[in-house]
Design a protein around this ligand. Structure first.
Ligand code: ACM
Length: 513
């Protein structure tokens, strides 16, 4: 049996194994994108086998065959199916319609490698394709900043699990992390938090560490991360959370905000802030200008506008917001957000982009059906996914109840490092089915799912590893296989024992199995 995670659709063991000779090469045929994947494979195999295999066009001992050059589908995804053959005598062949499929095949091939002298790949035949098109991990770099190298490592690890979306939560009340040239104070002022809460934020009185927490990405660094992901056929979905969760931006440009604090500053506590964007015309222009620079940095289709947890109290109590609402004919404060999201959705569409937001963006009247919705509030309780799908929205399932990897993962939680709360064990995450409870006629609207790494309580790379793995392995498998073809947990956990050695060899500090 194999030890591949996520499990491929079909796996047939062959006889023996194939050990590339030092004189071997990696060949590619088809569009030039196949060459880029071949070069990535060569890079991966150098440390893994000790061989510096040259890459050349045409057939070789290891050959990547790209048979087509399909355009992305209507939702922006390329086909990812591939076949992989390892033959002890004739070598290795990965075949796919698209370079994205080849990239997935390359990750599977890496897991067939048995270390030794010489290193060899297990002979087999694999046929594989994912159940869901969106298989993502999210990372909050606002609450705690992770530098570009750590972000690339995070992407490399998710790509190894044949995931294809990196959702980059770049801004929040507690820190703005992306350089916007037109508004330099967003990074200069908005990225600096004076102090950070020590202990859980529910514990009173609060204590702080009195150490400034800083960091932002220059546009060059953002482009480097996006290129790193693109090479692995991972799409980066950036999030600028608005109109709530904007205190860091409001600290930099107080005129865009409306709220309570007489002195605006980057928020130094967790939880939901009542400070929100004013959403007057100048503020909406500000948002559009920010997104224009984002469009230039992020080539993907989906742009995440957040939209969660935006209290309406400030709009209710501000005379300026009331006059903005009156001028627009808006009769309820909640309509402020839905009016804004609808305008931003049009703006995104006019620029060839698609808006996605947390499920609160549905709480209005105007959202255009092309906007996608990311569900986070406990699966299907507060929100009716089937109705949203019927209205034409595409859906990504990211429920707290299965995918919030910032929750505790083992009991007793008192023996775990401090976390935000909750409990999502490995078997529980493995049991996640994005389609559960959704009407069958709405299934085709579900793009997939993703895991969330909110970082209020995750300050270091080791701790991030610990919260992410091995639960992200389980999530990757549920999203790749789908419930219908889902292996049993015992099968997964047997493979995980070998897979954990792969993670350990890369220095991943995962939670003990
Ligand atoms: C969220 O967890 N507020 C999306």
């Amino acid at each position: 049996m194999h030890t591949i995670i996520p499990a491929p659709k079909s796996f047939e063991q062959g006889k023996g194994s194939f050990a590339p000779a030092p004189s071997a090469a990696i060949g590619w045929t088809g569009p030039a994108a196949a060459r880029d994947v071949a070069e990535l494979l060569a890079e991966y195999l150098r440390p893994a086998t000790g061989l510096a295999l040259p890459v050349r066009e045409g057939a070789a001992e290891i050959t990547l065959v790209q048979t087509g050059d399909p355009a992305p589908d209507a939702d922006g995804f390329l086909p990812e199916a591939y076949t992989l053959r390892v033959d002890a005598a004739s070598g290795i062949r990965i075949e796919a319609q698209s370079a994205a499929g080849l990239a997935r095949g390359v990750q599977t091939l890496r897991q067939l490698l048995v270390a030794g002298a010489p290193a060899a790949f297990i002979a087999c035949r694999v046929e594989d394709a994912p159940a869901f098109r969106w298989r993502g991990l999210h990372l909050d770099v606002s609450r705690h900043f992770f530098g570009a190298d750590d972000v690339c490592r995070f992407i490399e690890l998710l790509a190894q699990h044949r995931m294809n979306v990196f959702h980059w939560h770049l801004t929040d009340d507690q820190g703005w992390r992306v350089e916007i040239k037109r508004y330099p104070k967003l990074a200069e002022v908005g990225s600096v938090r004076a102090r950070t809460i020590v202990g859980h934020h529910s514990k009173w009185p609060h204590k702080w560490d009195d150490t400034p927490h800083c960091g932002f990405y220059t546009q060059d660094e953002i482009r480097r991360v996006v290129a790193f992901a693109a090479r692995r056929h991972v799409t980066v979905v950036p999030e600028i959370d608005m109109p709530g969760h904007m205190e860091a931006a409001i600290a930099a440009y107080p005129e865009i905000g409306v709220g309570y604090s007489p002195v605006k500053e980057v928020r130094d506590r967790w939880g939901i802030s009542k400070e929100v964007l004013s959403l007057d015309d100048e503020c909406v222009d500000f948002c559009k200008n920010v997104w224009s620079e984002m469009f230039d940095m992020f080539p993907g289709l989906y742009m995440h506008i957040g939209g969660d947890e935006a209290p309406t109290t400030a709009w209710e109590e501000s005379a300026k917001a009331q006059s903005t609402m009156a001028a627009r004919g808006l009769t309820s404060p909640r309509a402020m957000q839905s009016w804004f999201t609808a305008r931003m959705s049009e703006f995104f569409r006019d620029h060839g982009k698609r808006l996605i937001g947390w499920d609160e963006i549905l709480e209005g009247e105007e959202l255009d059906p092309s906007s996608a919705v990311m569900y986070w509030r406990s699966h299907h309780k507060e929100v009716d996914i089937s109705a949203a799908a019927k209205a034409g929205h595409k859906i990504v399932c990211a429920p707290t109840s299965f995918t919030y990897l910032d929750y505790y993962q083992a009991e007793p939680v008192s023996e775990e490092p401090l976390a935000i709360g909750g409990l999502l064990t490995l078997p529980h995450v493995f049991s996640f089915d994005p389609l559960e409870g959704i009407a069958p006629e709405a299934h085709s609207a579900v793009l997939g799912g993703q895991g969330q790494l909110w970082t209020e309580y995750i300050a270091t790379r080791d701790h991030l590893d610990y919260m992410t793995y091995p639960r992200a392995c389980a999530l990757a498998e549920t999203l790749w296989c789908g419930a219908a073809a889902h292996p049993r947990f015992s099968d997964f956990s047997a493979r995980l024992r070998t897979h954990a050695e792969r993670l350990a060899a890369q220095g991943v500090r995962f939670h003990p199995l």
